[in-house]
Design a protein around this ligand. Structure first.
Ligand code: FRU
Length: 311
């Protein structure tokens, strides 16, 4: 092992966050408003950042669980079957009755390589600390890593991270934690709740960093690194440029991007980067190697439709 992290392969990585249904429409170019368009293809798949990262982690051969709320509507069996198909344990997820599954309509443009996401969550409640503490048995030593997707329930995510950190301190158990800051509306909470100091790894997206005025991945990780707790790592993927990371041990490290010969579907590329990077880190790989692996798998993902044909 030459990395900063390593978990025993028998212990699971838990991805906490959203699962939804995605309908992806592949078009030659981004559509004009108020006219009919013929799409090249469409497909339906299980989506959501944490759900996608868990898919990639499982495809790579990792021991993985997903934890989130799932609506008890007509999509429930689709989601359950799909988790099973990809070998993802979701036994502790909370089924909410009389709620509607969140849905994304995704426009994929072959010309601009963009993925435009129209997301609706009518009424599915977000996870709470209560859900987490009652469902996830940290005492069982089942979990080696817990990754949280930064969502609107920032107060609850902060409480869940604090809960895990306190458990680690009280029981001397090694569980690594990571947090994703992708959504721009999550930014104020990070400062307000001092969430920068909570995880061992902070993933920051390009959009998030650009919105805060950063113009390069190197600049972003150097400045965000000052905000995280001592010994923690900051990782930032920067689309077709690659990714950068910083830790006390490794300093600033970077990786180029690995674009496929033809870009078909960039939806979930960031989630793929996180799943693959965590997989490599959990295997004890050095930070630079781990982000390079993340970039390679994310690049491959952009060349295939969905996640099915990845890896
Ligand atoms: C991709 C994704 C989609 C989902 C949307 C939710 O990163 O997770 O699968 O529909 O984002 O914001």
């Amino acid at each position: 092992m030459d990395g900063e992290f390593l978990i025993d392969g028998s212990r699971k990585t838990l991805f906490v966050g959203l699962v939804c249904v995605d309908i992806l429409n592949l078009l030659p170019k981004y559509p004009k408003e108020d006219i009919g368009h013929r799409c090249i293809d469409y497909y339906k798949q299980r989506g959501g950042n944490a759900s996608n990262s868990s898919t990639v982690f499982s495809l790579l051969g990792g021991n993985v669980e997903f934890f989130g709320t799932i609506a008890d509507d007509t999509e429930l069996s689709f989601i359950q079957r799909d988790f099973e198909k990809f070998g993802i344990n979701f036994k502790n997820s909370i089924i909410k009755s009389n709620k509607t599954c969140p849905l994304s309509i995704v426009i994929l443009s072959l010309e601009s390589h963009t993925r435009t996401i129209l997301h609706t969550n009518k009424d599915l409640p977000e996870l709470t600390l209560h859900d987490f503490a009652n469902s996830i048995n940290l005492k069982s030593s089942e979990y080696g890593w817990i990754h949280f997707e930064g969502r609107d329930n920032a107060h609850e995510i902060s409480s869940m991270l604090n809960y895990v950190n306190e458990f680690k301190k009280a029981h001397g158990v090694g569980i690594y934690t990571s947090l994703e800051a992708e959504k721009l509306r999550f930014a104020p909470y990070l400062d307000e709740l001092d969430m920068w100091k909570l995880p061992d790894i902070m993933f920051v997206s390009k959009d998030f960093a650009c919105e805060q005025g950063y113009t390069s991945m190197e600049q972003a990780v150097s400045i965000y690194h000052k905000k995280v707790k001592a010994g923690a790592v900051v990782i930032c993927a920067w689309g077709d440029i690659g990714a950068a990371a910083m830790s006390d041990q490794s300093g600033l490290v970077t990786s180029p991007a690995f674009p496929p010969s033809e870009i078909l579907d960039t939806c979930g590329a960031g989630d793929t980067f996180i799943g693959a990077t965590l997989f490599a880190l959990a295997k004890g790989q050095a930070l630079q190697k781990a982000i390079m692996f993340g970039c390679k798998v994310a690049g491959s993902k952009c060349g295939v439709q969905g996640f099915q044909n990845l890896a």
